[in-house]
Write a protein that binds this ligand. Structure first.
Ligand code: FAD
Length: 498
């Protein structure tokens, strides 16, 4: 196996998962990453009170990570400390009401009854079942499968005609489904927000994305030491198995010979030979020719367009007062639709929903009033293709005004207004992730068939595999991780056959 060399372009979570799987299986792995450290979208800023996340914060599907480590010969709990959150998130509305949701059905039923009455609790019970049934239907043949297969879904779907009818015929749009099935407008907002987890507007995404609720209520975890520990641990294990990581090494070109992969060319013109590559960047970079003209047809237009949501992301340390924040908090706006209408026009939403990840110091998960805490605030944004002329100073000023006037109106006082470098804009995401147009989740999940449109691991070019949030099964850390593992397993399978 050591004779076989695989080059991985990109050290995002999928590239790392593939590196760990391949290197622990005895393959000679080289990872080339343009940035100075691994993680990709799993990023952080340093502060006096420890690292502040600037990327993902909600960790779901623990089993995906446990399985990856297990398949590489490690017990995840001996390497990382996963802590399950009792309350998955605290939700706030402008009228001062708030709702905590738990990873426990009975507790949620009780909370919703108290929050919005018996009728809403019954509606929630029905929705919870819909979400669970959907997940059950799609999990094995589609979500966990490297080669999504619609037939088992249809066959099992016919056993549950009502589900299939709800899904395909009655209401194809997530918000429409929730509008019909919930009477309380706050709950429509809350459960439709899950489409933004994969970069979709609830007003355009299919109701199938209701299944994300089931994933979330199965558990949200925190990693002691921070999200970045997952990145460091996978890199460490891969290095221990002799994988080599080359940072600040942008791959300029993927080389081909006789219609097969033949190597890569770095930004410094150095050429490295190989016949197998896993590309962990945004698949749109290939289509746009950013890695050479020869490789452009590895993916098709349908695989990558249209684009998913982007975001404005604040990361800073501050002292706060006024709202009892948990680790995950959502501050909903008044008119949910207006947020996505602004995004459609390429504008910063004038009245956005704010997601706040609040942490204390490194050993204290919750920020204490008046002592320095760590905050990541995320506002949905549009990808860059329909933005007006870019000016960071202007975007910063506008975004600061919008964010802090909302926080003020909700009674959350912060002793610091973050500076320009503490904001990452869609344009900066575009620069960080080439070809992405600032989209953080690859192709949009809009449209009932979008699940089948993302590129698969094996591209149209022999020797070129894709892995990451822009490929099947989609965005989010567990899904990207799974796609990296799948790509590695395909290479191992092909080797065992040759
Ligand atoms: C603000 C934000 C919040 C999020 N919140 C959550 C959340 O709470 N929960 C969740 O599960 N997910 C969340 N996500 C999504 C999740 O972070 C991503 O889906 C996942 O991390 C993507 O991983 P990936 O493997 O696709 O690689 P990426 O993270 O996209 O990394 C790809 C890597 O490839 C490198 N690369 C690209 N081209 C080249 C080249 N030519 N040469 C060398 N290197 C190259 C890039 O520099 C990058 O490091 C969030 C994302 C963001 C940005």
């Amino acid at each position: 196996m050591r004779n076989k060399k695989v080059i991985i372009i990109g050290a995002g979570i999928a590239g790392l998962a593939a590196a760990m799987k391949l290197s622990t299986s005895g393959i000679n792995v080289e990872v080339y990453e343009q940035h100075e450290k691994p993680g990709g979208k799993i990023r952080y800023f340093d502060s006096k009170v420890g690292p502040i996340d600037a990327g993902p914060t909600v960790l779901t599907m623990y089993n995906v990570f446990a399985d990856l480590f297990h398949s590489c010969g490690y017990k995840i709990d001996e390497k990382l400390k996963f802590i399950k959150e009792e309350i998955i998130a605290r939700h706030w509305w402008r009228d001062g009401s708030s709702l905590d949701l738990y990873s426990c059905f009975e507790k949620n039923l009780e909370e919703i009854k108290h929050f919005a009455g018996n009728k809403s609790a019954l509606e929630f019970e029905k929705f919870d079942k819909f979400s669970k049934d959907l997940f059950g239907l799609f999990k094995d043949p589609i979500i966990m499968n490297s080669k999504p297969d619609i037939f088992p879904v249809l066959i099992n779907g016919f056993k549950n005609i009502k589900l299939l009818k709800d899904l395909l015929i009655k209401n194809k749009i997530l918000y429409g489904y929730l509008n019909e099935n919930f009477s309380d407008h706050r709950l429509k907002q809350l459960f439709s927000r899950y489409s933004t987890y994969v970069g979709g507007s609830p007003f355009n995404s299919p109701s199938i994305l209701s299944l994300i609720w089931h994933v979330e209520c199965q558990g949200v975890w925190r990693i002691a030491g921070g999200m970045y520990d997952l990145v460091k641990q996978i890199e460490t294990i891969s290095k221990r198995s002799d994988a080599s990581f080359f940072y600040k090494n942008k791959v300029k070109k993927i080389l081909m010979k006789n219609n097969k992969i033949n190597g890569i060319e770095l930004k410094n013109n150095k050429v490295i030979d190989c016949d197998t590559i896993i590309f962990n960047g945004d698949p749109k970079a290939l289509f746009d020719g950013l890695l050479g003209d020869e490789i452009q047809n590895a993916v098709s237009n349908n695989n990558i367009n249209k684009r998913s949501l982007s975001a404005y992301v604040w990361s800073f340390a501050a002292k706060t007062q006024g709202l009892d924040l948990l680790h995950h908090n959502v501050l909903f706006n008044k008119n949910y639709k207006s947020e996505f209408d602004d995004i459609k026009r390429g504008e910063i939403p004038k009245d956005p929903t704010l997601y706040i990840c609040a942490q204390g110091s490194i050993n204290n998960p919750r920020p204490k009033e008046k002592s320095l805490g760590r905050f990541e605030i995320i506002i949905n944004g549009s990808p860059t293709y329909n933005h007006k002329k870019y000016n960071k100073q202007k975007e910063y000023t506008k975004c600061k005004e919008i964010t802090f006037s909302i926080l003020d109106s909700m009674g959350l006082k912060m002793d610091l207004k973050p500076t320009e470098e503490m904001l990452t804009t869609p344009k900066e995401f575009e620069q960080l992730f080439p070809g992405s147009q600032g989209s953080l989740y690859g192709r949009t999940p809009h449209g009932i068939s979008s699940t089948f449109m993302r590129p698969r691991n094996k591209s149209k070019i022999k020797g070129l595999l894709l892995a990451g949030g822009g490929t099947h099964p989609g965005a989010g850390i567990p899904m990207a991780c799974l796609s990296g593992k799948h790509a590695a397993e395909m290479i191992l399978k092909d080797l065992s056959l040759t």
